[in-house]
Design a protein around this ligand. Structure first.
Ligand SMILES: [Zn+2]
Length: 461
């Protein structure tokens, strides 16, 4: 019986997978937006908005931190979200929004465990119920199951929640555009289509029936439509029986709008000009909470992470007399740049990359001096400097001794030498000195796991 139930469940799940995702917003009250009045200040199309984004991965529990059934991201079936998967999501966000002068700056990700949140048992309308959030960033949550639909966003707000499944290759771009569109104040293109105050089909602004600027999604250039329009070869299939609430048949509906549900990805997912204006107007308005998430254009040129590490040049090797050594090297800094952009790196060490594409996660490692970064998506004519401090402390770390060599002689300079190789146990032996021959000179070479050598020359009386 148990086996049969499982089989039925899996079939049901896979059918759901094959269809579109369902946005939880459809279930939420949107009354505060039905009387949307466009702001009357001048619209600015050129300002570049850079928004911080932080990702939160919520698994069911620590003992079993996996995504049920897995998700296909970038062609790989994965059961956990790590940096590789998060960067793929970040890249898609930038690819979708960069053409509209909206950029996302990576601010990292965290992993937490909460079965209520991850399994959609907790009402997600209050962000505090989702756990950690960053006031200075857009917060994207990934969970097993959302409490409404497969993904949802708080309209005009800085949070969005996604089931892991919606981040599969099949759905990711559409769902990110859709939910972030909600975050940027967009409504569904079919909003209120089945109510008596629906958006009317007419686009004649002089018609007494015209209401496109305040009904439906309150955007003129998204045609009135129902939630499930039908297209053939990317062309709307006119049906005299599919009408608005006045009985006027729908016309000129365009497939693959991010704020619709149809999956005609081959027709090109898109926002209309009116939708882009609405989103940018929302950002331009800078409600307090949103202005906190703003970053500078310069921040895009900065690495998201810098990691100091030791280079090949050893400065000192100090025996800690406990089987380990303090090994100090020249310090190098790994500069890690987020996925999303076509970069050109100038004035870098020849062994570092001079360019990278949107699918790369470039690292500038060997450059010890200030170098330049150019981002084609931001401005192909501008190169920004990344300052690298060349006056550095050495990079020191504790390393285990793994082998050694003792060269012993009665007389310094003599060719009469005794050589004794030391294995890992011998080189760490605290009684090594006691075991050396008396009235001899000894050159003791101790080598660490990375090949750093500590040499001591002693005369034992
Ligand atoms: Zn939605």
């Amino acid at each position: 019986m148990k086996k049969l139930l499982l089989a039925i469940f899996l079939i049901g799940f896979s059918v759901t997978n094959a269809q579109s995702f369902f946005c939880g917003n459809g279930n939420e009250p949107v009354s505060n937006f039905t009387n949307f009045t466009p702001p009357n200040f001048s619209y600015d199309a050129d300002t570049k908005y850079v928004l911080n984004v932080r990702f939160h991965v919520v698994y069911e529990n620590e003992q079993n931190p996996v995504i049920p059934n897995g998700v296909t991201v970038n062609g790989q079936q994965v059961f956990q979200f790590g940096e590789a998967e998060i960067m793929e999501i970040l890249k898609d966000m930038n690819v979708i929004f960069n053409p509209h002068n909206i950029f996302f700056k990576y601010k990292g990700f965290d992993v937490s465990f909460n079965s209520n949140v991850s399994n959609g048992l907790q009402n997600g309308s209050t962000i505090s119920s989702l756990g950690v959030s960053d006031n200075y960033a857009y917060n994207l949550y990934f969970v097993n199951y959302t409490y409404a639909g497969n993904a949802y966003a708080t309209q005009g707000n800085t949070n969005a929640v996604f089931s892991f499944f919606t981040m599969s290759d099949m759905n990711r771009v559409q769902v990110l555009g859709h939910e972030l569109g909600h975050c940027f104040n967009l409504l569904h293109v079919y909003n209120n289509f089945n109510t008596s105050d629906c958006e009317h089909v007419t686009r004649d602004v002089n018609s007494p029936l015209y209401n496109a600027n305040f009904a439906g999604d309150s955007i003129h250039d998204t045609p009135a439509q129902d939630s499930n329009p039908w297209f053939i070869n990317c062309v709307f299939n006119y049906d005299p029986n599919l009408t608005d609430c006045l009985g006027e048949p729908y016309v000129d509906v365009v497939p693959a709008n991010y704020l619709g549900y149809d999956l005609h990805s081959t027709c090109g997912f898109h926002f209309t000009t009116g939708q882009v204006e609405r989103m940018r107007t929302h950002l331009q308005n800078q409600p307090f909470q949103i202005s906190l998430t703003f970053n500078t254009i310069n921040s895009l040129y900065e690495p998201f992470e810098t990691i100091p590490f030791g280079g090949n040049s050893i400065r000192s090797v100090t025996d800690n007399n406990d089987g380990t050594a303090e090994v100090c090297r020249n310090m190098l800094i790994k500069h890690r740049f987020q996925k999303s952009f076509d970069y050109v790196f100038t004035n870098v060490n020849p062994s570092d990359p001079s360019s990278a594409s949107i699918n790369d996660l470039p690292e500038i490692i060997n450059t010890t001096y200030t170098f330049g970064v150019q981002i084609n998506q931001v401005n192909p004519e501008i190169v920004n400097d990344v300052f690298v401090d060349c006056h550095r402390e050495p990079f020191c770390q504790t390393e285990d001794f793994i082998k050694g060599l003792v060269v012993s002689t009665k007389v310094l300079g003599s060719m009469n030498l005794t050589l004794e190789e030391l294995n890992e146990i011998q080189v760490k032996d605290p009684e090594l000195f006691d075991k050396l021959m008396s009235e001899y000179y000894h050159i003791i070479n101790k080598e660490t796991e990375t090949g750093a050598v500590n040499q001591t020359i002693i005369y034992k009386y």
